[in-house]
Every structure is written in C-alpha cells, then in structure tokens.
Ligand binder design. Sequence first.
Ligand SMILES: Cc1cc2nc3c(=O)[nH]c(=O)nc-3n(C[C@H](O)[C@H](O)[C@H](O)COP(=O)(O)O)c2cc1C
Length: 328
Amino acid sequence: MADISTTYLGLKLKSPIIAASSGLTNSIEDLKKIETAGAGAVVLKSLFEEEIVTEMERQMHQMHSQNYLYPETMDFYEQYDVEDTLTSYLKLIADAKKETKIPIIASINCISSHNWPYFAKSLEDAGADALELNIFALPSDFERESAEQEKTYFDIIETVLKEVSIPVSIKISHYFSNLAGMISKLSQTGIAGLVLFNRFYSPDIDIENLEVIPTHIFSEDKEYVMPLRWIAITSSKVDCDLSATTGIHESKTVIKMLLAGAQTVQVASSLYKNGIETIERYNHEIDKWMERKNFDKIDDFRGTLSQSNVKNPAGYLRVQFMKHFSNK
Ligand SMILES: Cc1cc2nc3c(=O)[nH]c(=O)nc-3n(C[C@H](O)[C@H](O)[C@H](O)COP(=O)(O)O)c2cc1C
C-alpha cells in the first residue's frame, strides 16, 4: 500500500482529503462519520463574525446589568448555563477532541478585524488544532478602493495572529485584481496555509415568479479548473501550505491538485451528493493510482506539474481561445 499521509498547517494528516466547512461538519455524529471514512482533517462549520459580536454584546449587556466587570477572558462563560451559539461551538470543539482523533480546524467567517478576534483564543483553549478564517466581502462597494479592500485581510491576519498560537489558514476567493501578488503577500504574513478558492452562495432569477432566488448551492465537477490553475501557478512561489477547494468530486481531481502542488484538498459538495463515506473510496483510488505509478508517498509526485515544473509553463497562463474553433 502507498502512504497517502501528508502534512498541512504543521499537522500530520492520514489523508490529503479534508472535509470542508459545511453543514456536514457541525455535529459530533457527522464528525465521527468523517473520521471513519478516513478524512485527514475536518474544518468545522463556520461561526460568523456577526454572531460573535452580537453574542458578546448581549453577554456584556447582561453582565453590566448584574454589576459584573467586562472580562478579558472567556472564563465568564463558565458562570452561565446558557447554550448560546458561542458556547455550543466551543463545546463542539471540546467534544470533537474527546471523541475523535482527527485534527479539528475551527472556522470563522469574517469581514473585519473589529471586536471579535480575541474570541479566537477561546477556540484554541477549547482544543482546536488550527483555525481557518474565511475572509470575504463582495467587492460591490462603488466607492471603496481596492487597496482598502485588500488591507482588511492583512489587518485581520495581524490581529488574529496576536491572539492565538495554533496555526491559522485563510480561505479566500479569486476576486482580486492581482491575484498572484495577493496570494504571495498573504503567504508572507505568518499564516500557515491558504485555501483556494471559496465558493459562494449565488443569486439567480426565477423568470416565472419574477424574483431573485438562490441557485447552484453545490458545485459541479468542472469547477475545479479554476483552483487547479492557481494552485499550479502559485504553489512553488508561496511561503505557506495550499489547500484546494471547489469542484473536487473525484479522486482523480484530488490527484490533479496534488500534482499542481496542493498539500490538501477540501470537499463539501461531493459529500452532500455522494455521502461522507465517499472519502474512503477516494483514499482507496489515490492509493491504487500511486501504486500503478510507483509512487510510495505523496511527496514523490506533489507539485511535479506545478507551473515551475512543467515543460510548457505558458499552458497555465493561456486564457484566450486563439486556435480552438477558429474556423467555426
Ligand atoms: C451547504 C454548504 C455550506 C457551507 N458552509 C460553509 C461555511 O460555513 N464556511 C466556509 O468557509 N465554507 C462553507 N462552505 C463552502 C465549502 O467549505 C467549500 O469550500 C465549497 O463548497 C467548495 O467546495 P465544493 O466544491 O467541494 O463544495 C459551504 C458549502 C456548502 C455547500
């Protein structure tokens, strides 16, 4: 058997396949299934910055009304028997650490560095092995300069890194005008990993009812080509691990991401569509492919088809259909 273990964010993983943050990573029951299926790690369903701030304000209000002083730490949670969002999340981490052996990556969706980052320490205290920050605000503000939009990322990273000592990764979108430059700069901030790329809830139009509706909640398998290109272009140029996400629905796509230079992949839609146990099949198929290709371990082939290592690096840069269908 080939060795499909890998490292990610300094953690030792049995498999390069991580269960991505989703509704399937929100309960101990599902986390156990994910572990049994052979995932390398799991990213918990995200807490939202707004949830943290709102809950903290509520707690603060309650404490002031009872003449408590506002605490610097989260110890005050122990004084309350309140099952709020934050305590439930901390309990999920603590229970997951007790009941599984799989690395647990906590996750926060955030758009600013205001008022919430000190809560990150509580995730570490609860036992999280790492923290993934999903940073994104749709660049839809007509007045905002792109430099200001980008600065938010660095502010968040700087603030959170001061709070925690566990590894931190950043999950980003591809909405940057100079994507390669941004990925490179982010990788130099002290973060341990970058997740390329998040996929978003998208609106559609229902032409019968004339209303805006959500669409395509789950990815299609062809969507992997976008992260594949950018993993390949950036993997040998960044100072942190890369994890690929979006459109990974087959074991051969996992292999492609590793060949492009990813340390790990993160899957959500395929687990919804095919069941959590599909991870076991992916692991098995990766193992079989490695045996067929005479690779003993993932590092024997990781990154061998990154842009820096291929004979024709321009293949990853081509964007126009110069020759295809030119006569039709
Ligand atoms: C139902 C659902 C819920 C999700 N919730 C989160 C979330 O809370 N935080 C997050 O960072 N990503 C979330 N995602 C995004 C996934 O983690 C993943 O990055 C994305 O779906 C692309 O992977 P896929 O093509 O395998 O689905 C969610 C995705 C789905 C489908």
